[in-house]
Design a protein around this ligand. Sequence first.
Ligand code: ATP
Ligand code: MG
Length: 858
Amino acid sequence: MNTRQQCKRIYSWVGRAKSSDQQLKTFQYRGISIKSERSLTEMCIQLGEFVLVEGENADQPFVAKLLKLYEDGSQEKHAVVQWFSRITELPLNKRKLLQREVSPQEIFLDKAPGYDTDINVETIIKNVKVIPLAPKEAVPVRSNGKQIFFVKESWDGKCFKPLSPGSLSELKEAEKNKRVGSPSPLTDCQTSDFTCSLKAETDRVTRSTVKTKNVQMEIESRHSASKSSLSKERHSQRVANGINTPGARKKLQLNSPTKSRNKLTGCDVLELLGDDCDALESLEPSATKRKVTFTEILDSPPKISRTNGESDSPLTIRGDWSKLAETVRIAPYRRSQASSLKAKNLDGKDDDTCLAEEQELKTRSPVVIPRSHRKCVQKTTARIAEQLHFLNISEQDREDDYLPSTDCSDSSSNEEEESMVPCTPKRKMRSSTTLSTPKSLRKPSDITPAKTPRKTPEPRTPKTPRNATPRIPIRNQATEKPANVLEEARLRLHVSTIPGSLPCREEEFQDIYNFVESKLIDGTGGCMYISGVPGTGKTATVHEVIRCLQQTAENDGLPSFQFIEINGMKLTDPHQAYVQILQLLTGQKVTATHAAELLAKLFSTPGPKRKTTVLIVDELDLLWTRKQDVMYNLFDWPTQKQAKLIILAIANTMDLPERIMMNRVASRLGLTRMSFQPYTYKQLQQIISSRLNHIKAFEEDAIQLVSRKVAALSGDARRCLDICRRSTEICEFSSQKSASGLVSMAHVMKAIDEMFSSPYINSIRNASLHEQMFLKAIIAEFRRSGLEEATVQQIYHQHVALCRIEGLQIPTVSEIMAICSRLGACRFLLVESNNKYLHVRVRLNISQDDVMYALKQE
Ligand code: ATP
Ligand code: MG
């Protein structure tokens, strides 16, 4: 018997081992029993049944069919499964191949290669119902059947196909067997408790529904929904290691009555509700459904035994629940009753049912202030109206994007929330067909504001735009073509233009490509540390590698992978890296600490259907923290086998890994390193020529001058391109045009002067001889060590050497310390603030280029 974390679920085999392999020490079984410690229920799952398997997203567990159950030599319980995928799990670009609307309950027999079909039994959550359909059969609409799935097509990684007659009959057989054999024929399962709780659920559902067309269906869905809630909870336990996920539980806590006013806290209520609270969330995430279902439950609390010994009478519980109901009803998610009922109606219930429920709701609900009547809402609406009115005057075009059309304004105040969003035909269709879509999942892009001609010219009170995305109006005119050669050259030389090719980086490209490719093929992970001074093409090369890999994966030349990217420069705090990575991976948005825990769990637990993730961490230097935890984790995650994570870390500093970890640890991580050398003048020349792509805008000498100047300073392609671009501007607008009309050396010189005429450069030029020498010594030391930081002692050695070469008097140590302090005070240097004297560490606070340029001119 294997006990799960915190003893919530216990997995045990059903019956004796069916067959065994003595050599491999494996034993096969025909069923598994999952016992819930808290709710004291047990369910048995047999081979051939469909199950939900924990995935990265707790709301969307994977669906699979159990093919084999076995225990290996190390007594770990395994299951071999056939995967089924929801449409949301399939590649975005392939979904359109279906050319039809897909119900959220429809799944596809997933025959795409590359998935791990051998899973840990403990990732199985529960069994579910999967109904096979003939190719032409429509997927029935089951408003409450989130846990019933339908399958009629298969997906092979390239295209969708109707289920073959063989597969169809096999699935039908499995489905029939399940129906005939239910309850589970496995005699050694103690199903009495389970059946009992199921019965309680049944009673409740039967009572709360006025006209139930198919009671059995309701029972089943409720049963499955309550179990699915466990999945969520279990997932959060597994992933967050005991920390609550911001799901149902968190929302409830926020809205829960306080202890002083009520006997039960949100947690207590949750405890009492057990599975059901979460079930409500997972069953129907829409606000409408949530509210109505809560009301149902509140009226008839389930009989769940309390394990902690507290003995609240049912009456007290009932009272407290109705208080909770109040809280829930006035939660901001709330939709109007009418619209909720309308929604239900659309879900397939008949009018009588809806009317009856409406009556019931009216009698039950306490008086609630409608959102539109709340003072704060009115104030906000008025303020937004004012601002929008102002915008209306200035920008007629944009106004239409946000204002609801006249159709919308006709809608009753009860449907305020509906009409607050921009009203478009698409939107209307969505609200009538996909009411159960959780709000959080709605993409802003789904809401396309329509350009509805306004019938009434007088200003109306605009409604609060919800989920509206500010957008730039669509360009009516095509962009003008460049008028002359210089303009075209300027466009091509802009650093933001993506070049057609990256000359001089072929080797680096190949090395990075091979690294990622090999990891993708092996299905393993790893980290490559890419360093180099600014403008040496690190980011450009890595992006090109990813583009090529994605193209190859698309053409089935490589296993497909998930690509995400973060940039240290774009993060407000290094710890936000966790938040961004988690959000890009799973869509979850949580705090940094929580995200770090979730990621650590995610990368240390095997994900059955996990694809390899390629993560680019650009500007890694900026993720430096006192504890070095962010960088350490980034280097550590890929070493875990289950993570399937490939990290391409880009930084300017060469020895970051050594600084973060002791050398020994760094070598254990097995980092692959790559260093991008500064471009030589020939390479820079080649880069400019390739960018210009045979456009004759520069004289040959001019290109050579820029390349030589930049190569002598830093070898930074970005700076080189900037100087070239500025040269074209100077040439175009200067009165002294060269004879050829092209950019000449004079223009280039002028651009270089402009670029380097910063106050810093002037002050360096006006600094004392020894101060200039000290700056030179810093650069010499940086070049010698390959680092961008040095101690005063190291710089002093360089300084002494330079003085000897120049025949200058050698300063004393205290004079050197004084020079260092003065340069620090001028902010040329960043000097460590401690009293280590000669061991104080120093960095340049201005670019090496600027220092070099200023001193060279001298
Ligand atoms: P940083 O360390 O500052 O991030 P980087 O090494 O990432 O710099 P990139 O952003 O890749 O530099 O390149 C800077 C600019 O130079 C980009 O506009 C890029 O297109 C251009 N560039 C760099 N190398 C090449 C090349 N080999 N061919 C063409 N353009 C290049
Ligand atoms: Mg970069």
